[in-house]
Design a protein around this ligand. Sequence first.
Ligand code: C2E
Ligand code: MG
Ligand code: MG
Ligand code: MG
Length: 288
Amino acid sequence: EAKRDGRNRAVIFTWSMKEVFNRIHEVENGLRQAIEKGELALHFQPIFDLATGNIVTCEALMRWEHPRLGRVPPSEFIPAAERIGIIEQLSIWALREACTAAAEWPSDVRVAVNISPASLTSGELPRTVIATLLETGLPARRLELEVTESLFLEDNRHTSQMLRELQLIGLKLVLDDFGTGYSSLSYLRSYSFDTIKVDQSFMAAIGNSREDQAIIQAVSHIAKTLDMETVAEGIETEDQLRHAREAGFNSGQGFLLCPPQPRDRMSEVLAAGTGMPDALAPARPAAR
Ligand code: C2E
Ligand code: MG
Ligand code: MG
Ligand code: MG
């Protein structure tokens, strides 16, 4: 049984190598023109205050519709953009799109833009951010930048100086996917983030893993002590929502509360009332 399995896998592997190679090639080539061709779009996923149920931030998530391949996931095209050296162009595009969209939203809702650590190396980001804020009229305090910790260079002077410059502009810095890197805790020491977003893998196992429960409680505690906000991402079930609340997380994001939405649906999502998912509604007083 195991043998047959192994052989099948080997066959599939050889067969798909060519496919994989062609796809990488097609993705990399298509990506170079994706912006000009208007194939990229931003979707937005609301992040809810777990105490009030209000939408506090909407995270911009890039979508790419390739004419032949169809929808290509960010987990595939973001690394491709880093490989071929155009991630900074994509970041600049996303920043402008996100700030333009957010400028039309209620003034108490922030927008969060994902920034690849690769975009931090050139040193241009603070200038780009300032130019974009001026151009779109979005106040700096309504912008958050999410930096994923996994590719961070430890104690890189360049990076920490740039992050400090960005904070001086007045925006908030979010450490994304917290807990997935090699030295999560040392990032907290080296860089001063405003918010920690705990990776969804911790949420995923929460119901049946005492270890993951203990970890998110500890992270929540550390964040409070260091004066940082906490976001739980990947909330898919009522159980996960309850655990996030019990651990004291400030806000939460996930398919249970609201999946990512196209830009033109956002005014509807943000309109009073419709943004409040049932799962977050305050419990009705028990009938007597
Ligand atoms: P991320 O920043 O951690 O974003 C959260 C991801 O989780 C998104 O995937 C979102 O659609 C997904 N998600 C939201 N709620 C749930 C849930 O309840 N369960 C599960 N399983 N997933 C949920 P998406 O849009 O595929 O993006 C994947 C990653 O690609 C992002 O992870 C981010 O690292 C990167 N990315 C997306 N857009 C951009 C961008 O504009 N720039 C850069 N540099 N990276 C981006
Ligand atoms: Mg993110
Ligand atoms: Mg994340
Ligand atoms: Mg993630």
